[in-house]
Design a protein around this ligand. Structure first.
Ligand code: SAH
Length: 355
């Protein structure tokens, strides 16, 4: 039975589920969830580390720079959240080979939910580092840390709400009345009793407006804050998002957008990240917030153009491909402005590189 058929059976028996519940099953079902099947990453979408080695190299240089700014604590927990196939960390460590004190200090820890991706990540780092795997940030060994996460927060499940005749109603996933195994969106009968989980800017939104809330995001930010305040460090988040409004739930299969309800488990499901929510929660926890900056501006500030030119000089036959990759990562109509970079740190730390 397909995962979609299992979900349809479940909602026929128990009633419609929230979009967040649907996303959780679609992404993390132990057998048929999207991330349970490692081969799908790479087949369906490409992320910045897959566009170019330069992305991971610049992030590696950023990590080493921040480690020095922190006073070169040894050991350093070098933590990546949701590493996918491990390419970013591989390129970061390779790029920093010459900074042997940093490499010697770094204890690479991956926070990864999927057992099959853990195996892929270990293979990718073979010969470079022995990564420790944990399921949650709270399980990482104590001590100063530099945390990086690219396209991690966009897989946090979201609840969605639709403005309907003056109230907010939760968007639900239900079963089609006649077509077996077909899922449809529906609206909760009862209005949302308390709209304080929605950002103020959206509370008076017009008819048909859609708002999102990622229920795990505040507690996750609290965990980051506890770690940074207790042990020192930086946390860098790179993701796409323009705020909490609009229907940003998106399914991608083989590089094409499809209906999010069509193929749960067989398509990657994501939503725009509400950086405002992360920033507000981080400030409430007493952290400093840097950014969000557009990815293009941040990468240029870190020296992407110089890195592309240096690689092109060393490999003249591939000069055009380095220039193309740099453009793809930074151009406003590609990944340069929809993607944002946010850094959290303890208060009273100097501005991190690029901010
Ligand atoms: N950072 C990678 C891959 C992004 S895909 C890149 O840039 O290419 C998202 C990754 O986050 C996957 O490795 C997925 O298994 C992991 N992930 C998603 N939700 C998670 C959660 N709640 N806890 C731990 N890992 C999670």
């Amino acid at each position: 039975m397909t995962l979609r058929a299992r979900i349809a059976r479940q909602v026929r028996a128990n009633g419609p589920m929230t979009v967040a519940e649907f996303m959780t099953i679609a992404l993390h079902d132990p057998r048929d969830g999207y991330y349970a099947n490692a081969d799908r990453i790479g087949r369906d979408f490409i992320t910045a580390p897959g566009v170019s080695q330069m992305f991971g190299e610049l992030i590696g240089a950023w990590c080493a720079h921040e480690w020095r700014a922190m006073g070169s604590p040894t050991p350093l927990q070098l933590i990546e959240l949701g590493p996918g196939d491990g390419t970013l960390m591989r390129d970061a460590l390779r790029g920093m080979r010459s900074q042997s004190d940093f490499i010697a200090a770094a204890r690479v820890t991956f926070v990864e939910a999927s057992p099959s991706l853990r195996a892929v990540q270990t293979r990718t780092l073979a010969g470079l580092a022995d990564a420790t795997h944990v399921e949650r940030l709270e399980e990482v060994a104590p001590g100063p840390s530099v945390i990086v996460a690219n396209e991690f927060l966009d897989c946090f499940p979201i609840r969605q709400f639709v403005r309907d005749r003056g109230v907010w109603r939760e968007r639900l996933v239900g079963a089609h009345p006649t077509q077996e195994d077909t899922l449809v969106f529906a609206l909760a009968r009862d209005p949302l009793p308390d709209d304080s989980i929605l950002p103020e800017a959206l509370r008076g939104a017009g008819e048909g407006a859609i708002a999102a809330f990622a229920p795990q995001l505040p507690a996750f930010t609290d965990a980051v804050a506890a770690r940074l305040r207790g042990h020192g460090g930086r946390a860098l988040f790179i993701d796409y998002g323009d705020g909490p409004g609009g229907d940003t739930l998106q399914a991608v299969r083989r590089h094409r957008k499809i209906d999010p309800l069509e193929d749960p488990g067989g398509s990657d499901l994501t939503a725009h990240v509400d950086f405002g929510l992360v920033a507000r929660e981080a400030l409430r926890c007493g952290l400093a917030v840097h950014g969000p900056l557009p990815q293009g501006a941040w990468l240029m500030a870190l020296g992407l153009a110089q890195r592309a030119a240096a690689l092109a000089a060393r490999h003249p036959d591939r000069a055009q491909s380095f220039a193309d990759a740099a453009a793809r990562l930074t151009a406003p109509d590609q990944m340069g402005s929809l993607f944002k970079v946010l850094c959290l740190s303890p208060i009273a730390t100097p501005a991190p590189a690029g901010f």
